[in-house]
Design a protein around this ligand. Structure first.
Ligand code: NAD
Length: 498
């Protein structure tokens, strides 16, 4: 049995707590590895290591820090195939989809290579008589990232690449369900020239997370996961004076206007609703056709497409999606489908009975499609996180705009239309952080920022892009007068520039 420990001080170390969790092979349902769950003492060891290494790293000029990331990009590219395979085998998503997971992470590492420019401060000459004023951005020290199972390459890179480029040392606490790729990424960072102690991976569960929350030497936490845990971490982290950003769950709507190109809308719904078995925070889980006629035409095209989805092994290049991450996840998603039937929604495609021949113990589930879901149902209000799409029929544009606006989650949303005025009005008014216009999964690229609103995001700075540099640095502003010093004598009133 493969054992996964931690990566502390630039090397792999075995877990010492005596506690482990199973890492499954979702394709077959077998346990493929045991991952160590860190104790408080092990977390402390990693923090001390990071704290000792960080000042030296911060003192390196930013070009040199960027060069480590450049080398890291090269090393990941050399290992792309094996990393994607490892990722697919632990998560369950298909190998081509796993490549996308790696790529969207690398793009943030590419962005962070611009750190010499990104960390430049501001300078005002002659802000007063003989006075110059300038600001600089300095790293926070030791910072931490706590990441979810569903993007085990992308989200760790979204966190550690900008944080490390800024001169911080980083503690990553990845999901215990698929820790293999984060561990390998840390090894590659060291191979790329990162000093030992600057990137540590400490595997674990609530105990490891609580140790991060309580550690006075950890200055900032970036979290991504479900909203209940996001709220817990945001509350506790802020109360102990840390800088915290937490990104939570989602219920992303796609509005289909009567003038939309329905074939394109259906393609978009199939890919965005069922890709990665719906285990994406930007998956579309609610389709909102506007008007009964649009809804009927949409359902006519959608039903056969959902019925013909190809579910396969994670290693099958022709599969539309693979298994879910764990048996527990399948149970939860099936439970929501049962609930939807009880609540009175029309289950027009039922994937609950799907089994994969020869892999009966794998964590598979077929695509499910509900029609006539209403806003008071729990299957509408709650995040299901599986291959289940709900159709909510809206009578007009205003009702369609109100649905995502009033929903407690506000991560992503999309509108499909040919009408620029409707799209513009929607983008301006909808209470959601990321909006797609004829684009179903509007994940902003690395040089913009990513973040949801309402219960999908806590804290005022987003992930990646310029916000990540602000999040992982603090501003120092210097007011300097040369060479007259204070020869004019003491001043007792507040200096102003009047
Ligand atoms: P999760 O909340 O179960 O776990 C996330 C992290 O928190 C993991 O590292 C886990 O070990 C830790 N954790 C779990 N339970 C904990 C507890 N009781 N106390 C302290 N820490 C705990 O989330 P998940 O199932 O791994 O990921 C799926 C969720 O993440 C979905 O809700 C999805 O929408 C969300 N997500 C959001 C975004 C975004 O950017 N908004 C991106 C990806 C995923």
């Amino acid at each position: 049995m493969r054992e996964i420990g931690h990566f502390i001080g630039g090397r792999n170390v075995a877990g010492k707590s005596g506690r482990t969790a199973d890492v499954f092979l979702p394709m077959t349902g077998e346990v493929q590895a045991k991952v160590a769950l860190a104790s408080r003492a092990e977390m402390r060891e990693a923090v001390e290591n990071a704290k000792a290494a960080q000042p030296g790293w911060a003192a390196q000029n930013p070009q040199k820090r960027a060069r480590v990331l450049m080398k890291f990009l090269e090393l990941v590219h050399q290992e792309y195939d094996s990393l994607a395979e490892l990722l697919a085998r632990e998560h369950g998503k298909t190998v081509p989809d796993a490549r996308g997971d790696i790529q969207r992470g690398l793009e943030v590492a590419e962005f962070a290579c611009g750190i010499p420019h990104l960390m430049k401060g501001e300078f005002s000459e002659n802000a007063g008589p003989g006075i110059d004023m300038y600001s600089m951005r300095q790293p926070l020290g030791v910072v931490a990232g706590i990441t979810p199972f569903n993007f085990p390459a992308m989200i760790p890179m979204w966190k550690f690449a900008p944080a490390i480029a800024c001169g911080n040392a980083f503690i990553l606490k990845p999901s215990e369900r698929d820790p293999g790729v984060p561990m390998r990424l840390a090894e590659l960072m060291i191979e790329a020239g990162l000093p030992a102690g600057i990137l540590n991976v400490v595997n674990g569960d609530k105990e490891a997370v609580d140790s991060i929350l309580e550690d006075p030497d950890i200055k900032a936490i970036g979290f991504v996961g479900s909203s209940a845990i996001a709220e817990y971490i945001y509350g506790k982290g802020c109360a102990s004076g840390k800088r915290v950003q937490c990104f939570g769950g989602a219920k992303n709507h796609m509005i289909v206007m009567p003038d939309a190109d329905l074939d394109r809308a259906v393609d978009a719904l199939i890919g965005a609703g069922y890709g990665s078995a719906g285990e994406r925070c930007m998956a579309i889980s609610v389709a909102v056709p506007v008007g009964e006629e649009t809804a009927d035409r949409l359902m006519e095209k959608l039903i056969p497409r959902v019925e013909s989805l190809k579910i396969g092994l994670s290693t099958d290049p022709d599969a539309d999606f693979g298994p879910l991450v764990t048996a527990e996840a399948v149970k939860k998603v099936r439970g929501y489908v049962d609930l939807g039937v009880e609540e009175g929604a029309d289950l027009v495609v039922d994937g609950r009975g799907f089994t994969m021949q020869g892999y009966e113990n794998g964590f598979y589930m077929g695509g499910c499609l509900f029609d006539r879901v209403t806003a008071d149902m729990r299957i509408y209000k709650e995040e299901i996180f599986g291959p289940v799409l709900s159709v909510v029929r809206a009578k007009d544009y205003q009702e369609a705009l109100d649905l995502p606006t009033k929903h407690e989650y506000g991560n992503g949303v999309a509108i499909f239309t040919r009408d620029g005025d409707a799209a513009r009005d929607f983008a301006s008014k909808v209470e959601v952080g990321m909006v797609g216009i004829n684009v179903p999964i509007p994940v902003p690229l690395a040089y913009h920022t990513f973040g949801g609103w309402k219960r999908s995001g806590y804290g005022d700075l987003n992930q990646h892009g310029p916000d990540s540099i602000r999040f992982y640095t603090k501003t120092k502003t210097v007011t300097s007068r040369w060479p007259s010093g204070i020869k004019d004598g003491a001043e007792f009133i507040m200096p102003t520039m009047r």
